[in-house]
Design a binder for this molecule. Structure first.
Ligand code: SAH
Ligand code: F3S
Length: 448
């Protein structure tokens, strides 16, 4: 079974956030280690089809059945094909998916990834639905990217999962479950292993990274997010630390302080504010005001004058008036965000906001989104313009895809920059002078 031609071909389709992307890479690692599978990019030639779903904003159910409709055709031609559905929709909907699509074989939850090989073997023997969505542990991380041999220089590391915040619009607490933090020693071990394959930058991943904590036996916090940052900063090979996503409510002074002592923390922070109106923030149950948010940013800027901030915004939340919307626009100017993501509010089943009255038309919401995005883009352009002529420290990640004469990397504020250099620079930090800010939609630099 070990020859390539004897291996079962797997196609994985992933929707959604970085967490889901990362989960898919864990799935790949777990299955790769079995030595019985190989991965392909064409669903039509595969033996096993895996869909890792997301339900954060879209009409996830409809999208899922649409996708399954396409895969059903493959299964009609070859009834031995195994179809497995994972991710947030699987966790939330469970058996309901099977009721509408009786041809699927496996439904697995966001925490059951490590069981997938067993579930697949079972599915070959047992033609009934196999379902595993109850797992609550973080065992899947025992299968994190450890066995990688391919060189890479930047890597995600999950430090916690789930969320207890229950923002009124958000489905995550229902799909990813209660917050669980990974053991700090395991995290450090994983990062050290990653340094062996060249990793110099890590991106800590979690729904709420800054509420990371390990309790002692009296249930008191004994080790928190800033402690973890300090521990990571002691690993000499790690030169850059990023994290997504943090929450303003948990952005305590010890985390702000850590920017003074940990130069590896980048001058870039993604801290979602969602709205510039306190009334809307209250309805969203975000647990802070814009004044609290601004105060965090001011304290950070005091320590790191060059830090740039990005955010997420939700437009058209139930009850958002023109006045509330203008408050958001004003707040965007006031904080002077670097880049930001913005979305039209999407009603999620079972959330508290889904019960709120919503009188704003979709046309009006689209119009507000357009105005907001235009403003964000203008501001983002100004940030880029200010980079022109400056020297930026860049982690060189590889050869540019559209021009093999060039290399590419990322600046501290996460912008891709291309330059002519020697492949020996790959995996190193280099000082580049920015000479063009609109070069095939990237920055262009030259070696200083
Ligand atoms: N703390 C999380 C946030 C998860 S969702 C994280 O780790 O990223 C990412 C973003 O999606 C949120 O910040 C919010 O702006 C947006 N979002 C979440 N639920 C939404 C909804 N129901 N409608 C529109 N946007 C939503
Ligand atoms: Fe969602 Fe709010 Fe948690 S946005 S992930 S409920 S912090």
């Amino acid at each position: 079974m070990n020859k390539k031609k004897d291996k079962k071909k797997i196609y994985i389709k992933t929707w959604g956030c970085q967490m889901n992307e990362h989960d898919s890479s864990i799935i790949k690692n777990i299955l790769y280690k079995e030595k019985k599978f190989t991965f392909v990019n064409q669903p039509e030639i595969s033996d096993i089809l895996i869909l890792n779903t997301c339900s954060i904003r879209e009409k996830a159910q409809e999208k899922l059945f649409h996708q399954l409709g396409r895969w059903k055709k493959f299964k009609k031609k070859n009834s031995n094909i195994i179809i497995a559905i994972g991710g947030c929709v699987a966790t939330q909907e469970g058996e309901n998916i099977y009721k509408r699509a009786k041809f699927i074989n496996i439904i697995f939850g966001t925490q059951s990834l490590h069981k997938l090989p067993q579930l697949i073997y079972q599915a070959y023997i047992n033609k009934n639905l196999i379902i595993d969505i109850k797992e609550k542990s973080l065992k899947k991380f025992d299968y994190s990217p450890l066995k990688q041999t391919k060189k890479k220089f930047t890597s995600f590391v999950t430090i916690m999962e789930g969320c207890n915040k229950y923002c009124s619009f958000c489905i995550v607490p229902y799909t990813r479950g209660k917050e669980i933090s990974r053991n700090n020693k395991e995290i450090i071990l994983e990062i050290k292993k990653l340094t062996e394959i060249g990793v110099k930058e890590i991106i800590l991943l979690g729904q709420n990274v800054n509420s990371y904590h390990i309790n002692n036996k009296f249930n008191k916090k004994k080790y928190n997010f800033s402690d973890l940052l300090y521990s990571i900063s002691e690993i000499p090979e790690i030169n850059r630390i990023r994290y997504i996503t943090s929450h303003p409510m948990d952005f305590s002074d010890d985390i702000i302080e850590s920017y003074k002592y940990i130069p590896q923390l980048t001058n870039f922070l993604h801290l979602p504010v969602q709205s510039g109106s306190n009334k809307i923030l209250r309805l969203m149950k975000r647990g802070y005001t814009i004044e609290v948010y601004e105060n965090i940013i001011n304290k950070l800027k005091h320590i790191r004058p060059k830090i740039s901030i990005s955010s997420d915004f939700i437009i058209g939340f139930p009850g958002e008036t023109q006045e509330d919307f203008e408050k958001t626009l004003n707040f965007v100017s006031k904080i002077n965000f670097d880049t930001s993501y913005s979305f039209i509010y999407s009603k999620r089943p079972g959330t508290r906001a889904s019960k709120l009255e919503d009188n704003t038309s979709i046309e009006e919401k689209k119009n507000r989104l357009y105005i907001l995005q235009k403003k964000i883009n203008q501001q983002s352009f100004q940030w880029r313009r200010r980079m022109l002529g400056t020297t930026q420290e860049v982690l060189v990640e590889g050869i540019a895809k559209n021009n093999i004469q060039e290399l590419y990397g990322r600046t501290e504020n996460n912008r891709i920059i291309h330059f002519e250099g020697n492949p020996k620079h790959i995996g190193t930090f280099i000082q580049l002078k920015v000479i063009d800010i609109n070069y095939n939609s990237y920055l262009k630099g030259i070696i200083k």
